[in-house]
Design a protein around this ligand. Structure first.
Ligand code: OGA
Ligand code: NI
Length: 360
């Protein structure tokens, strides 16, 4: 298939994408080979690059919530942040600092291990529980991202250490258990913030599935031409993200402006996913976000997604009945997670909301 890139130049994009995929060495492989220019399959049109960026005066920033909650009402703070930003950072979350450090170095170690060993994990087979690849939507997205990823479905069926890459298996299991605990706390707070029984979201199994996604963003020679992660909203109920302490680059779209989510050592970023926006009937916002490419790197992040990927469930999710009224009729139709996921994967990170398909 021939496509024009933004210079109007015609080239066989599909075969360049395929050659890149078949190398199995990802973006890191390009950087290791010493490239000094961004290959054209990664070049994004200028329009998706530069939204209005905000001035430094009166810069808004996402709320920081102390989960120990001695100051003020935690439930209220979580509810307010989820309804306005869809994003907040949490501190005093109970996860020891050494566990955060170990998961970062474990994920980094995966990408920086011997290439031949790493290649054995390379796959786009969505039925596998553990895969490493670059750009899950490589063949469908308009432009590729400057990022490689490791995807592991950790729960609800527990994964054995032998099924995981040896360089990071122990810490993936340990971190996943911490995420399960923190996820439980957050889903209770979110339930209460919706005016529901604290167990409501857990009872409907929002916390049941856990996938860990370790991202590796190599340094980029021409960061203005591409993106680390294109604009998207998350395909889950909730995401807990640990980002590198130094590099930054994560931005959330708030009132049509890109707002930086500054790295804050020891803090975790929490954001509402599409599925929680749907079941809260739009009260909680699944905000779009992206990651800029940078000359500095590698930047490593670990995202924990609460969603039952690959576990067939017949459960149907729609706006929670208790939240609906004559003044607040359902905004979305009922869906199965499978139906949503199939649509999300087909669509890829094309800059549009996967929820549009299910809006009433
Ligand atoms: C994601 C995501 C941000 C990051 O995995 O969905 O938005 O900082 N990651 O890597
Ligand atoms: Ni995301």
């Amino acid at each position: 298939m021939n496509l024009n890139n933004e210079n109007g130049e015609t080239y066989d994009r599909q075969s360049e994408v395929k050659a890149f995929d078949e190398s199995k060495t990802g973006v890191k492989g390009l950087v290791d080979a010493g490239i000094t220019k961004v290959p054209r399959i990664f070049i994004h049109p200028k329009t998706t690059q530069n939204y209005s960026s905000i001035s430094s005066v009166n810069k808004p920033s996402i709320p920081i919530i102390d989960l120990q909650g001695i100051h003020g009402n935690v439930v209220e703070a979580v509810g307010e942040a989820s309804a306005t930003w869809g994003f907040f950072q949490v501190v005093n979350h109970g996860i020891p600092g050494n566990v955060l450090e170990e998961i970062m170095s474990g994920v980094r170690g995966f990408f920086e291990q011997d290439t031949e060993v790493k290649k054995e994990w390379y796959s786009r087979d969505q039925s596998k529980r553990v895969t490493y690849n670059t750009n899950f939507d490589l063949y469908t997205s308009p432009a590729a991202n400057w990022r490689d990823s490791l995807f592991c479905i950790m729960a609800h069926n527990p994964l054995h250490a032998q099924q995981l890459p040896p360089v990071c298996s122990d810490i993936l299991i340990k971190y996943s258990k911490e995420m399960e605990k923190l996820g439980g706390v957050l889903f209770e707070l979110l339930s209460e913030a919706l005016g529901l029984h604290p167990n409501h979201l857990k009872d409907i199994e929002c916390n049941k599935g856990i996938a860990l996604l370790g991202h590796y963003y190599p340094p980029c020679p021409e960061p203005d031409l591409t993106l680390g992660t294109s604009k998207h909203a998350d395909n889950d109920f909730l995401t807990i993200l640990l980002q590198d302490h130094h590099i930054g680059g994560l931005q959330v779209l708030h009132h049509n402006q890109w707002v930086d989510v500054p790295p804050s050592p020891g803090a975790l970023v929490v954001n509402i996913g599409d599925l929680l926006q749907l079941i809260s009937n739009g009260r909680f916002k699944s905000s779009e976000h992206r990651v800029l490419a940078s000359k500095n790197g590698p930047r490593v992040s670990v995202a924990c997604f609460f969603n039952t990927y690959s576990v067939p469930s017949s459960r149907v999710y729609g706006p929670i009945k208790e939240l609906l009224s004559e003044e607040n009729p359902p905004k979305y139709r009922e869906i199965t997670l499978k139906e949503y996921e199939t649509h999300f994967l087909e669509k890829g990170l094309d800059g549009t909301s996967a929820l549009l398909r299910f809006s009433l």
